[in-house]
Design a protein around this ligand. Structure first.
Ligand SMILES: [Cu+2]
Length: 94
């Protein structure tokens, strides 16, 4: 009984740790397809990043991380700033 409980708890811990994250950044200055491509390239180079989507209409960059990995706000902000754009907001979804 106790072993079963331990296994269940371990499984829950592992599941939550292995979760991927979705980060949505609002970016100023994204105007054309070239901007979108350069942001996508920048994020795809990051080892923690699984997918990146840039929406030029809403100026939102949606970053999906790999299971159990994350990318912090500071890194996101500096990557976007270095690319020549500015971040106005960062939201996270688990
Ligand atoms: Cu552009």
């Amino acid at each position: 009984m106790r072993k079963l409980l331990m296994t269940a708890m371990l499984l829950i811990a592992m599941t939550s740790a292995a979760q991927a994250e979705t980060i949505i950044a609002s970016v100023n200055g994204l105007v054309c397809a070239f901007c979108a491509t350069s942001i996508e390239k920048t994020f795809k180079k990051q080892p923690a990043v699984d997918q990146v989507k840039v929406d030029l209409d809403t100026k939102l960059v949606t970053i999906s991380t790999k299971d159990g990995q994350t990318i912090d706000d500071k890194t996101i902000t500096s990557l976007i700033t270095d690319a020549g754009y500015s971040v106005t907001n960062i939201k996270r979804q688990k």
